[in-house]
Design a protein around this ligand. Sequence first.
Ligand SMILES: Cc1ncc(COP(=O)(O)O)c(C=O)c1O
Length: 482
Amino acid sequence: MIKGQKNSVGTSLLYEQVAGEIAGLIDQGTFKAGDRLPSIRQLSRRFGVSINTVTQAYTLLEDKRLIQARPQSGYYVRSRVPEIREPDLPSRPFILPTTVTISELCHQVMRNMMRPDLLPLGSAIPSAQNLPIDKLNRIMASELRRCGDDAVIYQMPLGYERLRVQIARRALVAGISSGPDDILVTSGCVEAVLLALRATCHAGDTIAVESPFYFNFMQMIAELGLKALEIPSTPRDGISIEALRYAIEQNSITACLVITNFSNPLGSLMPDERKRELVELLASHEIPLIEDDIYGDLAFSNERPSAAKSFDRSGLVIYCSSFTKTLAPGYRIGWAIGGRFQAKMERLKLMMNIASSSPPQLALAEFLANGGYDHHLRSIRKIHARNISQMADAVAHYFPEGTRMTHPTGGFILWVEMPVGINAMQLYHLALERGISIVPGPLFSLANKYGNYIRLSAAVWDDRIEQGIKTLGELAHELLPV
Ligand SMILES: Cc1ncc(COP(=O)(O)O)c(C=O)c1O
């Protein structure tokens, strides 16, 4: 046992030992899912270690998702939620580009996401209750007073310089070295991606994308007259480099569009090595990579993952992001770091809408400089991590046996695989009748895939949301084939 053992390598060894002991007790079934674990004080006496050591051990087990803290109540063993299967990816998949058709369904789902009368289990936007609204409002008011003219003139050609300086400083954390003039402020990440597609492709070209993939970009690809080539992706590693390599050999691919960190909907975090391989593979074929890193600041671990752009040596990576998931979706402020395509994107932006709205740029610049952005990120990450884990537990509890889901380590989206035979489209319609909006899986592919998947958003967790998950679970039970 631990008591009396000398810790030769600092406290880390000791708390890991304590965590190992507790994990062992859970493994053996001494403590089962839902059981309350001994208090920190009890364990500290039992193991003869400090309160701090037990607290660290419990934190480690929380990070490993073995246990869960409940406010004012203590630590509990989590239910084991089966993780979504990592698909066996064929290294030579049958891959053909598909012409995208704009779907009425997609528009309907997006409209429903914003309906205030529906429970928002579908929309991937942060909850207003978790955003620093008062502070942003105060900053906006004082910046409008302080900056006067700047708030009403065009911030062109690239956007408000003070904001671009702040963005360039923050890009360093993702491994990107850039100056303010490398940054083009856009109207959200969607405009950044649109400009990137327009700067790199022409109608009829083929774009390689992940599968499953964020449905709004599918629609954008369609609108531009492009074809999408779906490359298999896994929750652990993201887009399959092997399948992409094969696809490049077999097809003429003009650009590749990837959500590298906590993708939508899989929540995949591409390991650095895979990001490097992706950038090098595409560069060796002179194919631009359009990187969407909109969720990158939302890692639960507080360690901001790097961007694929950080491995770019040839200027072929166009980095796109925004403040939609972290601060203010309605400000509509994003940015692109366009590399070789920067000048062309700037011209396109001027032609399309000249510049993005000035007042939110002023407010965001000040917020990033002095508003406590890092503090806000720490708080929102914690909230999302807790929400995801509570929602995952509820899905495990209420959905039919055989349901699986992703275990994302950032963002706030869950991708749920229901037993084969449960029709996600039917579930979507039944849920709407019960006042709940979700996103059905088939929207994330053009190839009739994901018929038994749904995407859930854990931006909020409260009793109403839990009740919503319960209702969805009951509906899923009703849809089980007999
Ligand atoms: C991957 C991804 N990119 C872009 C967007 C939209 O970004 P914005 O609101 O900044 O245009 C979303 C929103 O859901 C998203 O999930």
